[in-house]
Design a protein. Sequence first.
Length: 278
Amino acid sequence: LQTRLQAGQGYGNTLNCVLTVYRNESVAGFFKGMSFPLASIAVYSSVVFGVFSNTQRLLSQLRHRDSARTPVLADVALASTAAGFVSVGIGTPVDLVKIRLQMQTQPYIKANIKLKPTVPGFPVYQGPIHCFRTVLQKEGIAGIYRGAGAMLLRDVPGYCLYFIPYTFVCRWTTPDGCISPNPSSIWLAGGVAGAISWGTATPMDVVKSRLQADGVYLNKYKGTLDCIFQSYQNEGLKVFFRGITVNAVRGFPTSSAMFLGYELSLKAMKRDQTETNP
């Protein structure tokens, strides 16, 4: 729904998008492009969270000579920034394939634009591997990383507004004297962080989605700034908030589960290390 609302044509609102997708593509339409992100999410999340936590420990070691010390706000912000940069390198190709697969059957209605030989409304790619290989062959590495600039502008501040609220809400909801937050605090903090991060990241998420969807049938945008200018001129300021409801609502449960799994895994590994090396 997010991609269709941000980069598609003819969807008035979220409910209209749901009904249109179901009417035209049935239930399968809601799961298009899912396999590639599903196959890579474990690697993507482990790298991003690993960079964040290890950067925090490194900064605490350099600042206080104690890697286990609670990080200050500046350390959390720097670690979040590092995680945002790394996420772009891994996530851009995955998002590109997902968006191309989701948008390839969307009709494109625009006058005086020379379309590619493929016909809008019919699949261009046979699957995620075929999509990746086709884009790489026709557009090279630059094609695979199309939208990376917009994703960088989305993810660097986005991860700051992901990990910083999580850290603060965790500290706020954890009773005094407790060494670590309980599962309910983690769940709440993760959900709040996800809703804030995805909600505020929506404008650049719209730009990224449009840049990556661009190229299935035509190349309309020359780059990030051109996409911003064209989108604003054609549809006004409101275009940058398309899909904000879907992003915020999706962000809460997704991030709650992500942080809960992350924290419980860390606790389990630390307990195993303690039992192995008393």
